[in-house]
Write a new protein. Structure first.
Length: 710
């Protein structure tokens, strides 16, 4: 990198020395200033590496993915323990490296953080101690399975539902999903109060419900279940493993697809406890609530995501022997905790999990990476505090706030010009944007991670040992579960964050009407600081910001009003115009495809990915115009070595670079079935095809966007 800096600087100086002397020739227009800060040199180098080596021979109008990411593809390969790699995953790993350096230092950065640091170090050291973990083997998991046997014995003389509620309470308490799941969150129709959501489990057993149609995968999965369950029961459970997988297959057949579970119109089904019991008499939600809710809680309202699933589950349970159900529950415990133990008994399951994700079967990631991820889950806000102190400046927070504010202003302008919306809807939509809460970097309440004492108090009741990794993980799970259920009966805590500070992601919360950007994503090359030209930051982080804001008006978010309340606030004419325009996105993205296992061509689900595709288009447009307004007031400098590109082109290249990636065929297939985001290449190609500004920047023959909403 240093040599590149010298080369570029020498090259620039040479150009300057060859300028004609004053008076010898007609003066030429002055070239835009050149940015030579280290930040600019690194940014220019990064872009040059990412561009296809022969980008001049590629038409950006037809293949901007290869144009912007061809060089990145040649320079990056997946490790055996990875199923995908991307610009964002590399940022995430850089964040993990920062945290590793903190965790492996001998003392806290500041004496006020001594207790926080010691708790974090104890958890980290217990996780790193693989010899101790191997020595314990499956003992902690054996104890869990034995406890389940006491609660729900596999006696053929008992009815399936006898003791099943107690078994579900036990599994929920050890962070294991099976049959049904329950969570706490803001009520969509009363967002200032929290309620209980009852859903199908996020996974039945295989990664996607569609996998149960894959005969070869199911056969291999069955053999793995036979071996693992047999090893845990001295081969007593081998014969029943077939029945467990058949039971899972039945559950998969009645589980709603990902698209349905995202549709708020379909999932918002408020029912009383008795009404829920009539659908699923086998499991008492009154008993579950009594066990987990705060003392004195009197609520009688559940939001049931899929009543049809609950009813079908009851029918399947009535047809299934108790022994099969008990073994299924054991299998879920093993699957949930397989990565917290080290023992030959679980190696077959690990190998299978790696294989279906497209990793090398025997691959393991570096232990320190595993442990940093565990801490991000188990001691989220302590880890977040140290990350912020090390990696996130006040200047970065201020620039992030400025970018998001600019994009909000642009969106208000865009809405005001949107002719297909009625005047009343347009007015309320503008009010919704003005009401959006923007959270940048890290939480300052619930808890305030900039206050060492408050963070310490937040985790005061969570006991951590430097010797027992399994028990630390279990204690952290129970701690989080208690925190979650303790919200019942209280007003919604709108200060709470759903992502930790090191997370490389962002989100829009419809019920909170808030956009949230953790510090983890506000790192180069997604977020360039104020020393670099703003077209870089607006093209990357700005497009992400606009994306999240656009979710307020996507196919799902538009149903929530300016207070975060789920209500029908769009008139029929506006709704019809919206649906006509968004059908274009459905058709457009359904033509994109990926290659799955055995070279199978899998098409993108244009309906499943609709919300994200709308957000990509709206976000990029808002970010571009927000940057242009800034640039007109204070023009950006150019980057060295990239003088053949206009600033507008570099804005879009910065956008494209964010989505450079590689993925295994197996993981590509899984995401087609389960991910509401289109594949990264489709996100680049589809979003730029829908941008008039992109087509003008690269002088494409056709300037008309393929699809346009805003």
């Amino acid at each position: 990198m240093f040599y590149l800096f010298l080369f570029l600087t020498t090259f620039i100086n040479a150009l300057a020395s060859n300028s004609p002397a004053d008076g010898c020739e007609t003066p030429q227009p002055q070239a835009p200033p050149l940015c030579e800060t280290p930040e600019c040199i690194h940014a220019a180098s990064n872009i040059l590496y990412n561009l296809h080596p022969n980008y001049t021979n590629i038409d950006p109008c037809t293949d901007f993915h290869q144009y912007a990411c061809g060089g990145w593809d040649e320079l990056h390969d997946m490790r055996p323990d990875q199923s995908s790699i991307s610009t964002l995953s590399i940022v995430s790993e850089d964040n993990q490296s920062r945290l590793r350096h903190i965790l492996e230092s001998s003392e806290a950065p500041d004496p006020s953080d001594s207790e926080n640091f010691q708790k974090l170090k104890a958890a980290y050291n217990a996780c790193l101690d693989e010899s101790a973990i191997k020595k314990r083997g499956t003992k902690p998991l054996d104890d869990m399975l034995a406890e389940l046997e006491k609660i729900y014995p596999a006696s053929s003389g008992k009815d399936v539902k006898e003791g099943l509620t107690d078994a579900m309470i036990y599994l929920m308490g050890i962070n294991t999903e099976a049959l049904v799941a329950a969570s706490i969150g803001p009520d969509d129709r009363d967002p200032d109060n929290v309620t209980i959501f009852v859903t199908p489990p996020s996974e039945i057993g295989l990664p996607a419900r569609e996998n149960y149609n894959n005969t070869d995968m199911v056969a291999e999965y069955t053999e793995v279940a036979k071996k693992v369950l047999g090893d845990f029961s001295n081969n007593e459970s081998t014969d029943l493993a077939d029945d467990v997988v058949k039971f899972e297959t039945k559950l998969a057949s009645v589980t709603p697809d990902t698209e349905s579970q995202q549709n708020v119109t379909k999932y918002y089904n408020p029912l009383s406890i008795n009404e829920t019991l009539s659908l699923l008499p086998d499991i008492s939600f009154a008993g579950i609530i009594s066990n987990f809710a705060p003392s004195g809680y009197k609520g009688n309202r559940l939001i049931v995501i899929s009543p049809s699933y609950m009813k079908s589950l009851s029918e399947i349970l009535s047809q299934t022997p108790r022994e099969t159900v008990q073994l299924f529950l054991k299998w879920k415990i093993i699957q949930s905790w397989v990565n917290v133990i080290e023992d030959p008994k679980v190696e077959a399951l690990r190998r299978f999990n790696n294989k279906v994700a497209g990793k090398q079967p025997d691959a393991k990631e570096d232990r320190w990476r595993t442990c940093v991820k565990r801490l991000d889950n188990n001691l989220s806000w302590i880890l977040s505090r140290f990350y912020i102190l090390d990696a996130f400046s006040t200047g970065s927070k201020e620039l992030g706030d400025k970018i998001v504010t600019d994009i909000r202003e642009r969106f208000v302008f865009t809405l005001a010009q949107t002719s297909w919306m009625s005047q009343d809807v347009r007015k309320l939509a503008i009010e919704k944007v003005e009401n959006i809460v923007q959270k940048i970097g890290y939480p300052t309440k619930s808890p305030n991670i900039m206050d060492a004492t408050e963070v310490n108090k937040y985790y005061e009741s969570l006991k951590i040992s430097n010797e027992t990794f399994f028990e630390n993980t279990l204690a952290a799970s129970k701690f989080d579960l208690n925190k979650e259920w303790s919200q019942l009966g209280k007003p919604t805590d709108r200060a709470k964050w759903e992502m930790t500070a090191p997370t490389v992601n962002a989100y829009y919360s419809p019920s909170g009407n808030e956009i949230v950007f953790p510090a983890g994503i506000m790192q180069s090359p997604v977020f360039y600081g104020s020393s670099a030209p703003l077209y870089l930051a607006y093209g990357s982080f700005g497009a992400v910001s606009g994306h999240e804001l656009s979710h307020a008006f996507d196919s799902s978010g538009r149903r929530y009003d300016q207070t975060g309340n789920y209500t029908d606030w769009w008139d029929e004419k506006t709704t019809k115009a919206f649906e006509e325009r968004t059908q274009c996105f459905v058709d457009q993205y359904s033509k994109f495809n990926v290659t799955g296992p055995n070279s199978e061509v899998l098409h993108v689900n244009g309906l499943l990915t609709l919300g994200e595709n709308i957000a990509d288009a709206g976000g990029l447009g808002a970010a571009f115009h927000a940057w242009k307004k800034r640039d007109e007031a204070s023009p950006d400098a150019h980057l060295p070595g990239l003088s053949s590109f206009s600033k507008e082109q570099l804005f879009f290249i910065s956008f494209g670079n964010v989505w450079c990636s590689k993925i295994s065929k197996e993981m590509a297939e899984r995401r087609i079935y389960t991910d509401p985001h289109a594949p990264d290449a489709a996100r680049i190609l589809g979003t730029t095809a829908n941008s008039r500004e992109f087509k003008e920047a690269f002088n494409c023959p056709t300037k008309q966007p393929v699809c346009k909403l805003w």
